[in-house]
Design a protein around this ligand. Structure first.
Ligand SMILES: [Fe+2]
Length: 127
């Protein structure tokens, strides 16, 4: 939601690059939420299905402010980095349980988030 909110609200000289990049990223994130929720179901657990539940489970804080384009990039970079750390722990835990399918999915997600950090940083490089 933060990525999509920034996509809508970004202004300034970085508008075009950040608007386009965040669109690609939120589309990837929404697809990933679906794949991961379905994996949770395949493992026999209920998937969170309300905004209230999702907020309660969330580890990434909301942004209700009005950040500049540079602050948006800084916030997203730090969120993606936090997700990479969490995914690494979860992938290791899945491997310990020999759940190679979940470990593989989580590793694929790490690849996306590391690439997102690189691309976001590249947008503000030299600023
Ligand atoms: Fe859009």
């Amino acid at each position: 939601m933060k990525t999509q909110g920034y996509h809508w609200n970004v202004v300034g000289p970085l508008f075009v690059s950040l608007h386009r990049l965040t669109e690609e990223q939120y589309q990837n994130l929404f697809e990933a939420v679906d794949d991961l929720a379905e994996r949770v179901r395949a493992l026999g657990f209920p998937a969170p299905s309300s905004i209230t539940e999702m907020i309660a489970l969330a580890e990434i804080g909301e942004d209700t402010g009005n950040p500049t384009a540079e602050q948006m990039v800084e916030n997203l970079v730090s969120d993606h980095e936090a997700i990479v750390r969490r995914l690494r722990e979860a992938a290791v835990a899945a491997e310990k349980l020999h759940d190679v399918v979940t470990a593989g999915m989580l590793t694929d997600r790490m690849h996306f988030h590391e690439k997102a950090v690189w691309m976001l940083r590249a947008v503000v490089a030299g600023k």
